[in-house]
Write a protein that binds this ligand. Structure first.
Ligand code: FE
Length: 196
């Protein structure tokens, strides 16, 4: 069973000007595609050939001999999740059940925003900022490179990709501006609620 590149859940120009068409063309069409291609090459002819993506990630996590496969498979998962966390005309204050959970666990939306931005901006080098559910409580975390909450027993609810390839064409080195714009204008809170 080959791993497929899922299509974007919206047209490539749908997130502009926050995330440009050109960024989505490269980010989905080249970077995400490369992780899919590499994953398929690395599992071809092995006992993991017919495993699904989550199984691949869980079975290779923490194994130095399988780091290449883990990195590519986890990046396939992380990117598919990231695309679904975004939508045109999204962002701003949450709606639905997640709004109450954020209020309860962070004290306010503003505090959540501050903590999430801080995680995204302080992730040194490539990685991801996450809102996740851990032991029944919301938690903000940052992960390096391909690392992902599901191998730490946490359920991802929202992510922002902070690899330079996610924002460099549109924001150059201004990662804080990219993160703020995504949170303000693109977060798909309906999707976040669907993951609760
Ligand atoms: Fe990326």
């Amino acid at each position: 069973m080959a791993i497929d590149l899922p299509p974007l859940p919206y047209p490539k120009d749908a997130l502009a000007p926050v995330i440009s068409t050109q960024t989505l063309e490269f980010h989905h069409g080249k970077h995400h595609q490369a992780y899919v291609t590499n994953t398929n090459k690395l599992i071809a002819g092995t006992d993991l050939e017919s495993a699904d993506l989550e199984t691949l990630i869980r079975k290779t996590a923490g194994d130095p001999a399988k780091a290449g496969l883990f990195n590519n498979a986890a990046q396939v998962w992380n990117h598919t999740f990231y695309w679904h966390c975004l939508k045109p005309n999204g962002g701003g204050k949450p709606t639905g059940a997640i709004a109450g959970r954020i209020q309860a666990d962070f004290g306010s939306y503003e505090k959540f925003l501050e903590d999430f931005k801080n995680a995204a901006v302080t992730q040194f080098g490539s990685g991801w900022a996450w809102l996740a559910l851990a032991g029944g409580k919301l938690e903000i975390l940052k992960t390096a490179n391909a690392d992902t909450p599901l191998v730490h027993g946490k359920k991802a609810l929202l992510t922002v990709d902070v690899w330079e390839h996610a924002y460099y064409l549109d924001y150059q080195n201004r990662r804080p501006d990219y993160v703020a714009a995504v949170l303000e204008k693109l977060v798909n809170w309906e999707f976040v609620n669907s993951q609760l």
